[in-house]
Design a protein around this ligand. Structure first.
Ligand code: PLP
Length: 400
């Protein structure tokens, strides 16, 4: 197993992070983190937990009060027919929930269909379980959704599960109710599992709707829905997420993976989660409205300052701009077989101090695109846009 880890790739985002440390006064649009602070309800609850000496071991799956609040939330908000808090467990972030789910569900050689592009830990966690991630493209012309016929054709006798992530990182695509219904049909008809990563469930814009597949008839039995406090309550560094599983055997396996990797999630953080759920929920709408305003600001700026070079439709969810790079941009400088998206990322970082992630880091289908996070302060977004203006005005596209 030790040597096997040498073959599991690190996320390319780490390389970008290292590059950003060498930049003075950077615009950190590379990181998928919101600039908001966690609500006071969370902070007060954590202070209280410290004062009340909640610094001891806890139940492996979570504090009963937190589990009760989460079960209620999953029923009321997501429409999932949770019957008992025994079905739930809290984890050290969504990435940990995905890790334990993969460890518990997958056998060596099992195939899991993942979106391409995808959030890198998705493929990494599947590989870590000795299973095989099988990419299926999301298409820009479909609003970064699947061609469902293509998705169906990707299923083989070795397919164990489909991983979906809606709203989607890095593209911002949101699957429609009809998409989810058809994916649910495939999962039921072919006897598969669905891993539904709903990290951005609360970040949906305009008329878009978030649909939890486990709310559809007969789907909770074969779905592992994953949620996190990271994005909804701006608690990225606190590391709190949760997952529900109806299947008792799978749940026992996940509980073992949870116990052997964390024993229990940090006590004070769990009390912070209780504070988040017991307190006012207005921050969710406030964060979403502000993110939508930042999205609009960023896309207006892109079309004004980088219109000839970067383009794309405004995303319906999550907080990333996944923009197409005009293929003629510096084509003479990108060596044959080289990556246009890496060339663009290196240029924006070294010449413009603008953090970004090359699309190819999210999968082969992401080549030719670049990702920016627009959940940063407006000041920082404007700084990045001004910097882009200077770069692209000084180095226009070659004439065709
Ligand atoms: C698609 C996706 N899923 C899950 C997560 C997990 O977040 P966390 O581990 O902070 O809960 C992230 C974080 O960026 C994400 O982008």
């Amino acid at each position: 197993m030790g040597k096997f880890l040498d073959s599991v790739p690190f996320s390319g985002i780490i390389r970008i992070r290292d590059m950003m440390y060498s930049v003075t006064d950077p615009f950190r649009l590379d990181q998928g983190d919101v600039s908001f602070d966690a609500p006071d309800t969370v902070k007060r609850a954590m202070h209280r937990a410290i004062d009340d000496n909640h610094s001891h071991y806890l139940q492996t799956t979570g504090v009963p009060r937190l589990l009760a609040l989460l079960a209620q939330k999953m029923k009321d908000v997501n429409g999932i027919p949770v019957e008992s808090t025994d079905e739930l467990m809290v984890t050290t972030g969504g990435i940990h929930a995905l890790f334990i789910a993969c460890q518990a569900l997958l056998e060596p050689g099992d195939e899991v269909i993942i979106p391409d592009p995808t959030w890198p830990p998705c493929a990494g966690n599947i590989t870590l379980s000795h299973a095989v991630p099988i990419p299926c493209p999301l298409h820009e012309h479909l609003g970064w959704r699947y061609d469902l016929t293509e998705l169906e054709a990707t299923i083989t006798p070795r397919t164990r599960a489909i991983y979906i992530n809606s709203p989607h990182n890095p593209t911002g695509g949101v699957l429609s109710r009809d998409d989810i219904g058809r994916i649910a049909d495939l999962v039921r008809d072919r006897g598969l599992w669905l891993i539904s990563d709903e990290a951005y469930e609360d970040v949906v814009f305009d008329e878009a709707e978030h649909v939890s597949p486990a709310s559809l008839p007969g789907m909770y039995e074969r779905t592992i829905p994953i949620y996190t406090f990271s994005k909804t309550y701006a608690m990225t560094g606190l590391r709190l997420a949760y997952v529900a599983v109806r299947d008792a055997q799978l749940r026992e396996r996940m509980k073992k993976a949870l116990f052997y990797t964390a024993s229990n999630v940090a006590s004070v953080v769990q009390y912070g989660g209780i504070g988040a759920l017991e307190g006012s929920q207005t921050c969710i709408r406030e964060f979403r409205d502000e993110l939508q305003a930042r999205r609009d600001l960023f896309y207006a700026g892109i079309s004004e300052h980088a219109g000839g070079v970067l383009s794309g439709a405004r995303p319906k969810g999550a907080f990333y701009a996944f923009l197409r790079i005009e293929p003629g941009w510096r084509s003479q400088d990108v060596p044959a077989g080289g990556s246009l998206s890496w060339a663009m990322a290196e240029y924006l970082i070294s010449e413009g101090r603008i953090g970004c992630v090359p699309g190819v880091d999210f999968g082969a289908h992401g080549e030719g695109y670049i990702r920016f996070c627009f959940a940063r302060e407006r000041r920082e977004l404007n700084g990045a846009l001004e910097s882009m203006h200077r770069l692209f005005a000084s180095r226009p596209l070659p004439a065709r």
